[in-house]
Unconditional design. Structure first.
Length: 138
């Protein structure tokens, strides 16, 4: 694992909650750099893939998501200087859409039933660059 990838992996802050139960610690995932619970999994994988390719400027990361995974992908893409395309259901939370947009992601909202077929037809996303395609669930 490269130094750049290791910089992305962070220790999730813990909060002692002994008042609730002795020895209980709460993981504060929202304090990860991307503010997402998916931060420790997705950005390192994207960074590893990008490092193997060598050139991230033509990399496009496409993900089918409705929330935190998309935020982590958008965060990683911004750090790498590449494109993130988030295929989201029309029912996605506006706060998630807004934050991912602020991170520079291309947000494409579709009716829920059409998302899987759109992801399967990734040809449209691979016309001029390398792509990583994935689907996630809550």
């Amino acid at each position: 694992m490269s130094k750049r990838t290791c910089e992305v992996i962070t220790m999730t802050p813990l909060l002692d909650a002994n008042v609730v139960m002795p020895g209980l610690q709460l993981k504060l995932e929202y304090l990860n750099p991307s503010l997402s619970i998916k931060h420790r999994a997705l950005p390192p994988a994207i960074f590893e893939y990008a490092e193997k390719r060598g050139n991230t400027t033509k990399l496009r990361v496409v993900i089918l998501t409705s929330g935190t995974a998309g935020i982590s992908v958008a965060w990683a893409a911004r750090r790498l200087g590449c494109e993130a395309v988030l295929l989201m259901p029309e029912s996605a939370k506006q706060s998630v859409i807004n934050y991912a947009s602020q991170l520079g992601a291309d947000i494409q909202c579709h009716p829920h039933g059409h998302l899987e077929s759109i992801l399967q037809n990734t040809q449209s996303y691979q016309t001029h660059s390398s792509s990583i395609s994935s689907r996630t669930s809550h």
